[in-house]
Design a protein around this ligand. Structure first.
Ligand code: ATP
Ligand code: MN
Length: 462
């Protein structure tokens, strides 16, 4: 039997046709001789209103007992609706119940539940309006990422999840082992990873960048889009232990070109959400964050502000604002400083460039001043850092010196140095935290709401 998705029925409105929908009951209201059923099938935010006459054979036994959460199939005729708030309704000829949901024990009832509560039932929360909308926006945005890069001739590269390199010292890593943890082999009192599955210590990746560089220096323009893992104990509304990252890497590209691509990508994603997910975004605009749509349009309206770190420090000092953490050339920008720049001083996205080399990773290209590197962070209102990127150090001698200075084991980076020995070329890239852009687009205050199954310190289950 062909069934219809509610989204396409509401769009096409095939009046008078016999149609079948499958979905879940949101509410049932009874009138004298019939019941109204609000059906949602997840294809869009809107419900389809069904009119089920009391004359239907299973009315007493089943339809009149339907409650929030029950799964049903409805066949009938689509008609114009006399009621306000909807164009069409379905006059049921047949209502079949697939699965009941006992109102005594089904946790999702008509009232609005807090996001904290919904996190405790992550197996049911996508059935709510808000979390269903987030899931649709997330899907549209991931597709939009691939479309953006495809249009520009980038190749999609799958970089490994299990890795031996602590990329950049980007964060604490999760060890991957097949040892019996009650009795791992030891040598000189330490766990002997040479006897482990891979013959050495391995971890979950914190970034696919270094491997993406290999492919950029072969295919030109590439990107990765996959899960990354950080065991940092940062219990904030912006950090997850498992998150998805988009990491393009471009050969023959400098820092300005890198920022151009990042800005175009961010604008493309915001634009796609506005055009493809308007109904869902309006829900967030109404119930989550009144300023949302305006903030999204503001991102599209102007070129991002580009500001060297040294000037950012000057602006922050000149503001006279009383920050918790010190503002001093050479110190990293704290989240309060980032937020102040993008929310208060500029009230739009800001790209901070050319950070002191001492606070940035070894692979960032050293500027001619000898004390800064060609790095950039993009700051978004309400979020703070959303993108971190740089032009990479392509000069063998300079990179070798930086590696040595950083005290990293040279043997592990021989392959990385090789890329600078054989056909080295200027190249650049960045990392965009996927959940941060989903957060920005949906206005969700907590990052735990924008990934289906959040992994955070102390929490990895349902
Ligand atoms: P932050 O300063 O916010 O902790 P970072 O400087 O450690 O981020 P990078 O290593 O530059 O982050 O990672 C690139 C991007 O990945 C960041 O700009 C951000 O969008 C995202 N990101 C980083 N860490 C996390 C995390 N723990 N959870 C979700 N997204 C993250
Ligand atoms: Mn960063």
């Amino acid at each position: 039997m062909t069934t219809h998705r509610i989204a396409s029925l509401l769009r096409a409105q095939p009046l008078g046709e016999s149609v079948t929908v499958n979905g879940w009951v949101r509410t049932r209201r009874d009138a004298k001789t019939f019941s109204f059923l609000e059906i949602n099938d997840g294809s869009c935010l809107k419900n389809l209103q069904v009119i089920a006459e009391a004359s239907l054979p299973n009315y007493e036994a089943e339809i009149a007992r339907l409650a929030t959460g029950c799964a049903v199939r409805v066949t009938g005729e689509l008609a114009l609706s006399p009621a306000k708030g909807q164009a069409v309704e379905l006059k049921a000829r047949e209502v079949t119940v697939y699965g009941w949901a006992d109102p005594e024990s089904y946790p999702l009832q008509k009232k609005r539940h807090s996001f904290e509560f919904l996190r405790t039932i992550s197996h049911l929360r996508p059935r709510t309006n808000a979390l269903g909308a987030v899931a649709r926006v997330r899907s549209v945005l991931s597709q939009a990422v691939h479309d953006f890069f495809k249009e520009r001739g980038f190749f999609y590269i799958h970089t490994p999840i299990i890795t031996t390199s602590d990329c950049e010292g980007a964060g604490e890593m999760f060890t991957v082992t097949s040892f019996d943890l009650d009795q791992p082999p030891k040598s000189h009192g330490k766990v002997d990873f040479s006897q482990d599955f891979f013959g050495r210590r391995t971890s979950l990746t914190v970034s696919g960048q270094l491997e993406a560089e290999i492919y950029a220096l072969a295919l030109g323009n590439v990107y990765t889009f996959g899960p990354t893992f950080r065991a940092e104990n940062s219990n904030t509304s912006r950090h997850l232990a498992e998150f998805w990252m988009i990491e393009p890497e471009m050969a023959f590209c400098d820092l300005a070109g890198d920022i151009d691509v990042a800005e175009a990508l961010l604008k493309h994603l915001v634009q796609r959400a506005l055009t493809e997910c308007r109904e869902d975004l309006d829900l967030f605009g109404q119930f989550i964050d009144q300023g949302l749509i305006g903030r999204l349009e503001n991102v599209l309206a102007n070129p991002f502000i580009r500001l060297p770190y040294s000037e950012a420090i000057e602006r922050l000092k000149a503001s006279g604002h009383d920050f918790e953490f010190p503002v001093e050339w050479g110190l990293d920008l704290q989240s309060e400083h980032e937020r102040y720049l993008t929310e208060t001083i500029f009230a739009q996205p800001v790209v901070v460039t050319d950070y002191p080399k001492a606070i940035k990773a070894f692979y960032m290209r050293q500027n001619d001043d000898g004390r800064t590197v060609a790095a950039m962070d993009i700051l978004f209102p309400g979020i703070g850092e959303i993108v971190g990127g740089s032009q990479r150090e392509e000069r063998y001698e300079v990179l070798l010196a930086r590696l040595t200075e950083s005290g990293l084991p040279l043997a592990d980076y021989q392959w990385y140095l090789d890329l600078r020995r054989f056909g080295s070329a200027p190249h650049a890239g960045f990392g965009l935290g996927f959940e941060r852009i989903v957060q920005f687009v949906t206005g969700m205050a907590n990052i735990r709401e924008v990934i289906p199954f959040p992994r955070t310190p102390g929490s990895a289950g349902f």
